[in-house]
Structure formats: C-alpha cells, structure tokens
Design a protein around this ligand. Structure first.
Ligand code: FAD
Length: 402
C-alpha cells in the first residue's frame, strides 16, 4: 500500500506516523511544498508551541471551537487531548500545563516538538519530499495519480490531505474540483482596530475580567482585555474574533462593540456599588477613589469621557452623571474599523465542508481512500492550544486509514 500525505505540518506528521505505525509494510510519503517541514509548529505559541490545552471533558473542550465542535466530539472519542499528551510523553517529551490551562513542552521550545516528530517519522522509515507542491489529484483505475510541481507524476493507493488553512477560495479549487464543498475561508483570531479614539492612549492596560460584545448580535466573549496602541486585544477579543470570524468578515470588519470594564456585573449591581461608594467615600475626590479596582489611567479616562471633573466629590455626583458612569462601566461603545493579525497565533475558518467527510474515519464521503485532517477542514478553535489539538486528533484518526 502506498500512502501519500500531502502537507508536512502538524496534522500531516501525525497522520503519517499513525499510518506507518498501524501499517508497517505500507510505504508512507509526506509531500511538502516548502523547503522545510512543520514551519508553523516551529513558530507556534511564540516559539514555545502551545500544543494542547488542559482537559476536563469533551464538551468543555469542544466549546472552544466556533466551527467543528460537534464533529470533534466524535474525533476526540477516537483520540482525545489526554491521549495526545500521553503520545508525546511516551515518546520522551516532557510537558507542562500552565495555570491558564495551556500545555507546552517543558523545554519551552517548539523545536523539541518539531525534532520529535521528524525523528519519529524518520525512524519509522517515512519519506519526506520537500519543495514539491501537489497541483492536482486524479483518480485512476486503481488508486490515484498525483500531479506534482516537479513534473514527476506519482501513483498511490491512499491520500491524506493535510494542506492547512488557505486564505483564499482559489487555493482550495483543486480539492473542490474533486467534488468537495468548500466553506469560504475567512481569517480568525485577530485583534480589533479602533482608530482615532483616545482609548488607544491607554495602551498597555490589562483588565483581567472584561466582557466584549458586538452590537446588534449575540456575539459576546469574556476574559482578560488588553488595550493596545491600535485598539483592543487580549483573550476576550481573540475569542470574540473567533466566534464572530464569519460575521465580521461579511461586515468588512466595521462594527460597534460594547465593553464592560467590570466583567459580568450588570447595571443594577454596578449602580449598587457606586451608591455604596457615595456613602463611604462621600467627601473623597472622584479621581482619588477608584471603583472596582480599575487601573488609575482607565478610571481617569472614563471620568473624562463622562465629563466628570477629577476634583468632584463623590457626594456631589448628579443623577445624570451617575447614570452615565454606570453606562460607561458596563456598555462602553467603540467603533471597530479593521483588524490586526495576532502575531502569536492565527488560523483560517472555512475549508473543506464537514458534510463531505466521515468523522469516524476522516475519509471523504465523495472520494473513497481520500482523507482529510487539520486546518484544511472547516474546523478551528480559539487560542490556547486548541488548533494544534484539532490537527493532532484529526491527523491521528485519518492515519488509521479506516
Ligand atoms: C504564528 C502562529 C502561531 C500559532 N501558534 C499556535 C499554538 O501555539 N497553538 C495552537 O494550537 N495553534 C497555533 N497556531 C495554529 C496552528 O499552528 C495550526 O492550526 C496548525 O499548525 C495547522 O496544522 P496543519 O497541519 O493542518 O496545517 P499547516 O501547519 O499549515 O501545514 C500544512 C502544510 O501543507 C503544506 N502544503 C500546502 N499545500 C500544499 C500542496 N498543494 N502540496 C504540498 N504541500 C502543501 C504547507 O506548506 C504546510 O507545510 C498558530 C498559527 C500561527 C500562524
């Protein structure tokens, strides 16, 4: 049996190693278009490779995937995140789980993951052909013929496509030509540009517990929020960008967002807290008594936004200003105009439609003996190791060649 894995990324290596371990007599070849394998893993997690996330249950884990959550439930039953960690540890890679749940190699170096994968592949006798792009797949009487950029056609029995996310529809045309439906690609995991707004002067401030929501939609995310010199970033914004990736793409990245600087507290709770402050700190100047432990610069900014003088005493706050403050704490609105790529991790939503793939085997429902794994599929997650986990699990299941 000749197996070809198209794409030498995380999913491709997992698929190839699994295939060779389960079918030792098969010849397994990874074809990679660039001059080096695993280039994304090398730079993943800022060079540290956040390779998965702490696991509680399949349903909580799958909640981190805006697209593909239901399909992943099946896939994780075959190869779960804890099994992935065992896989690496059994092969000698020590792992550490951070307090935030992100899992890294103990070396804090993505190269230890890369080296392990390449060594395992080589030890098993898997061939890796670099600088070769697969241009087309043709079905022939028995198996497939691959049209390669090197002009040397190649015949094989089974194919696993692990070509990663494509930013454009045209990049997926060769797979569409085989009859697969494609969900239009769109970027996910980005930060919001808020040009010409004074809020950007607060760059560097982190609010540990914020809520960000898109006006006129049900899109909402919570978590730490970071103010940058171009707008808003941090886990809450990245999560919102993931769940809203398609909607934001369709709205040309222009929309109003509401920020709650006080986490999940509602207006009544915020008003009650402010009432309390007016009693206990009645004679204190407003700027000198910060509610909710807000960073001083943010508090000053919100006071200025509500045109409340810093010297005003809490007891002198008018009803109108009080209401304005409550609103500013819970529904502070900004106009997002454009996005900025998050340098540590970005992915593509969209790709091969999951309707065309059998999630028990990752085999195409259109073309027998053709399998898919990794980001080429319409599966993507939030930051925190979820995207690589999807690549490992789909790669493993595809490599079983069921
Ligand atoms: C900067 C950055 C940091 C990231 N950090 C993290 C992280 O810490 N944790 C996490 O979970 N996720 C992270 N991600 C996301 C994660 O890296 C990807 O989701 C994952 O690598 C996808 O794996 P893949 O094998 O499906 O695709 P890829 O890694 O993209 O691999 C696909 C491979 O296929 C090759 N290829 C494509 N077309 C062809 C063709 N026609 N013929 C031959 N070869 C082809 C490509 O050259 C590529 O090498 C990060 C992403 C980026 C961009």
């Amino acid at each position: 049996m000749k197996v070809v894995v198209i794409g030498g990324g995380a999913a491709g290596f997992f698929a190839a190693i699994t295939a060779k371990e389960h079918f030792p007599k098969a010849s397994v070849l990874i074809i990679e278009k660039s001059s080096q394998a695993l280039s994304k893993v090398r730079i993943s997690g800022g060079g540290r490779c956040n390779l998965t996330h702490a696991y509680e249950s399949i349903s909580t884990f799958c909640a981190a995937y805006p697209r593909g959550a239901n399909s992943l439930k099946k896939i994780f039953h075959s190869f779960s995140p804890p099994q992935t960690m065992d896989w690496f540890m059994e092969r000698g890679l020590e792992l550490v789980t951070q307090d935030d749940g992100c899992v890294f190699p103990a070396s804090q170096d993505a190269m230890s993951v890369v080296d392990l994968l390449i060594k395992n592949a080589e030890d098993l006798g898997i061939s890796i052909q670099l600088n070769t792009k697969v241009l087309a797949i043709h079905r022939v009487e028995i198996g497939f013929k691959l049209e390669l950029s090197t002009k040397n056609d190649f015949n094989c029995d089974k194919i696993i496509v692990t070509t990663g996310g494509s930013p454009s529809l045209s990049g997926l045309q060769w797979l569409k030509n085989l009859g697969h439906s494609i969900e239009t690609p769109a970027p996910s995991l980005f930060t919001f540009n808020i040009p010409d707004d004074d809020v950007t002067r607060l760059m560097g401030i982190v609010i540990d517990d914020a809520v960000v929501a898109v006006n006129g939609t049900r899109l909402k995310a919570d978590g730490p929020l970071l103010i940058t010199h171009w707008g808003l970033s941090g886990p809450a914004v990245l999560k919102l960008s993931a769940f809203g990736a398609r909607w934001m793409f369709e709205h040309n990245y222009q929309f109003d967002i509401r920020v709650s600087w006080v986490g999940g507290k509602n207006e009544t709770e915020v008003a009650a807290s402010l009432d309390q402050i007016m009693k206990v700190a009645a004679l204190k100047q407003m700027a000198n008594y910060r509610p909710f432990d807000l960073p001083q610069r943010l508090w000053d900014f919100l006071l200025a936004k509500c045109t409340i003088s810093f010297e005003k005493r809490w007891s002198d706050l008018s009803k109108k200003q009080f209401n304005q403050l409550v609103n500013c704490f819970t529904n502070d609105t900004y106009f997002v105009k454009g996005k900025t790529t998050f340098r540590d991790e970005f992915v593509t939503c969209g790709g091969i439609s999951l309707r065309d793939v059998d999630m028990n085997s990752m085999q195409s429902k259109i073309i027998p003996n053709l399998y898919f794994a990794g980001e080429v599929l319409d599966i993507d997650g939030i930051t925190g190791g979820y995207n690589l986990q999807a690549a490992w699990s789909t790669g493993y299941v595809a490599g079983l060649l069921r």
